[in-house]
Design a protein around this ligand. Structure first.
Ligand code: HSE
Length: 406
């Protein structure tokens, strides 16, 4: 029998307990050992839990219990999760976490401590919830040089975009529906402004290319400024708008990482990923594109990934430290303005034909999506973003929307 502790009994933590209890027989046989939840750390009371006798409010009950070999962290946030996780690793306990903020911020340090102490620090649930992505990318695709990773990494924003695209619901209304359904938090900033997707692409980028990527170094734009007008133009262009996290390796060894809403062609599989679903497309030099799809959030899907990591820890005590990466040098992540892209631009106009001429003068061949009227909308050819922005300034147009094209 192996003793574990769970820190945090919120949505994911309680899901971990549920999965461990409900699927006990299968899990025991796969782990080849019984997994016993010895402590659950939470400041709240849970008198109705079948494990009500295991609750503690004191982290030291876990830290000082030498019989606890694996600690699950499902508290979320960095404080106090970072201190608790680091202390557990330094005390010789393997750690499994679902906490993307923690991994994106401190992952490099924590994997290094784990490696130095012959332990595991696993975080499959931190990206894509129940979708297997971290283990497949680092193990099954290990023979590849990864060229790029593109993902719909946030279920809440994908739900909102789907409502806007399919039901013609505006952003505010779609957000309110997402909140009523419990997808979006009361304060939806982390989801709608792209911070959650940013943390996830940072983790994937660190794993794919071997150096730590900090969220602060990633150009991040959310979906709160997307209007139904933009959705309409995307449809006219032949696609949909999706919030994407993207990372690719450049010839000079640096990487381009971005999070922004983008026009995605109807021919791309990513355009078909709707509602709260996530999808991650990994492009390896040997495999070509491989796509991972499923429920990127939610109690049981996320708990499924956490428990699988626990089983992995049980089966590989003092072994398997396949997840690690190095610190990055300054300017490892290139400025998004120096990356080649295409842009959709929409602006008001007083003189459609004159502005059309100006646009062609400054951008060359573009694809106009608007009909003659008081608004002009077009898609540029590919160029360095800085050049495209300079071109826009030269037209004198005041853009109401500038959206990237995948
Ligand atoms: N709030 C996230 C989402 C789930 O909507 O995808 C956890 O990362």
């Amino acid at each position: 029998m192996i003793n574990i502790a769970i820190m945090g009994h919120g949505v994911v933590g309680s899901g971990v307990v549920e999965v461990l209890l409900h699927n006990n027989d299968g899990i025991t046989s796969r782990a080849a050992e019984e997994i016993n939840i010895k402590h659950i750390l939470d400041l709240r009371e849970f008198p109705d839990s079948p494990l009500s006798d295991r609750f503690t409010k004191d982290f030291n009950d876990i830290l000082n219990d030498e019989s606890v070999k694996i600690v699950v962290e499902t508290m979320g946030g960095v404080k106090p999760a970072y201190d608790f996780v680091k202390s557990c690793l330094l005390a010789g306990k393997s750690v499994v976490t679902s906490n993307k903020e923690l991994v994106a911020k401190h992952g490099q340090e924590l994997v290094t401590i784990a490696k130095e102490n012959n332990l595991n620090f696993l975080f499959e649930a931190s990206v894509g919830g129940g979708i297997p992505i971290i283990r497949p990318m680092t193990q099954c695709l290990a023979a590849n040089k990864i060229c790029d990773v593109i993902g719909i990494l946030n279920g809440t924003t994908n739900f909102i975009m789907t409502k806007m695209i399919k039901d013609n619901t505006d952003f505010k209304e779609a957000l309110s529906i997402a909140q009523q359904l419990g997808y979006a938090e009361k304060d939806p900033t982390a989801d709608v402004e792209g911070h959650d997707a940013c943390r996830k692409i940072c983790i994937l980028a660190s794993l794919a290319f071997g150096k730590h990527v900090y969220p602060e170094s990633v150009y991040t734009e959310g979906i709160s400024n997307i209007t139904l007008r933009d959705v309409e133009y995307a449809s006219k262009w032949g696609g949909v708008i999706k919030l994407l996290g993207k990372v690719s390796i450049l010839e000079n060894g640096k990487i381009a990482v971005t999070v922004y809403p983008a026009f995605v062609s109807n021919e791309s599989q990513l355009s078909l990923v709707d509602d709260v679903f996530n999808a991650i497309m990994v492009n390896g030099d040997a495999t070509g594109e491989v796509m991972f799809y499923g429920r990127g959030a939610g109690k049981l899907p996320t708990a499924s990934a956490v428990v699988a990591d626990v089983i992995d820890c049980v089966k590989h005590m003092k072994a398997r430290k396949y997840l690690d990466w190095a610190p990055a040098e300054d300017n490892y992540v290139v400025n998004y303005l120096d990356i080649k892209t295409r842009l959709f631009i929409r602006a008001k106009t007083d003189n459609y034909n004159a502005d059309k001429k100006l646009i062609v003068e400054n951008f060359g061949d573009v694809q106009f999506l608007s009909d003659e009227g008081d608004e002009i909308a077009f898609v540029t050819d590919e160029n360095i973003e800085r050049e495209l922005r300079t071109g826009l300034e030269k037209t004198g147009l005041k853009a109401d929307a500038v959206i990237h094209i995948l």
